[in-house]
Ligand binder design. Structure first.
Ligand code: IPE
Ligand code: IPE
Ligand code: MG
Length: 245
């Protein structure tokens, strides 16, 4: 329960640059993804000591299905192996895991594993880790609008009751605060469909380092720089809920 009272601090990460990292070393792109997966564990572990209460990682976009089949299959295998291997440790470290995005296009065994991890960590009270797989902000908004429209059609929701918070509650991120900081590695300055609604007030940082080379030190430095920009030395950081209207 140690972290329950801590002010929310939500960091989103677009983990980009795995393919280029591998290609620069004469390796298959999938080797870059495998190396990237190792970084995830290090970053997850360090979050509590940096005051990060929520970490959301972009692992696979709705557009990533267009990649060569071998790469997509390699990524699915990596997700499967990662979840299988980390399930016990995440639970032991009080990490609560949620998945954002659609489920139905993913391989059934992976889907089952994702559901199990969410269930196994439901009572965890440490870091809130969200992993976006087959996630796109546009798709998420489209699904939310469809769900609300259904309620309107059913006569249970008057259109006048649709407001920002109602829409936010229909998103995959309904249980999460908005991100404070969104980092995209590899030097690309794009959002690529990540947390389009939720990132409205976020700060964005685009370090040029690729994800497989992105260390805990880089992560800590970006967070420190973000804090320094947001809060002056003599003003204590207010809770996130108070920090923005
Ligand atoms: C990000 O790395 C990982 C996923 C999209 C799954 P990339 O595979 O996009 O790496 P680059 O951008 O081609 O280097
Ligand atoms: C965004 O990266 C998706 C993830 C990191 C999972 P991409 O590398 O797929 O994005 P684009 O296609 O270059 O915009
Ligand atoms: Mg990329």
């Amino acid at each position: 329960m140690q972290h329950a009272a801590a002010p929310a601090f939500h960091v989103g990460v677009i983990m980009d640059g795995n393919g280029r990292w591998a290609e620069a070393r004469g390796l298959a792109r999938v080797a870059g993804h495998a190396r990237g997966a190792r970084r995830v564990s290090e970053i997850v572990k360090v979050c509590p000591s940096l005051g990060v209460t929520h970490l959301t990682l972009y692992a696979f976009s709705t557009e990533n299905w267009r990649r060569p089949l071998a790469e997509v299959e390699g990524l699915m295998r990596i997700f499967h192996t990662y979840i299988q291997g980390k399930m016990a440790g995440l639970r032991r470290n009080e990490v609560r895991v949620r998945f954002l995005g659609m489920r139905h296009r993913l391989p059934a065994p992976l889907r089952e594993l994702m559901a199990r991890l969410e269930e196994e960590t439901r009572q965890c009270h440490g870091l809130n880790l969200s992993i976006a797989i087959d996630y796109g902000g546009r798709d998420e908004l489209t699904r939310a609008v469809r769900a609300l429209s259904q309620q309107v059609a059913d006569g249970t929701l008057p259109p006048s009751a649709i407001c920002e918070s109602r829409l936010a509650e229909a998103l995959d991120t309904r249980d999460l605060p908005d991100p404070d900081l969104i980092i995209r590695t590899s030097g690309e300055v794009r959002i690529s469909n990540f947390l389009l609604w939720q990132g409205a007030h976020a700060e964005y940082d685009f370090p040029s380092i690729s994800w497989p080379d992105f260390t805990v030190r880089h992560f800590a430095d970006l967070i420190e720089a973000h804090r320094a920009r947001r809060f002056t030395a003599d003003t204590p950081p207010p809770p996130a809920a108070v920090a923005r209207p």
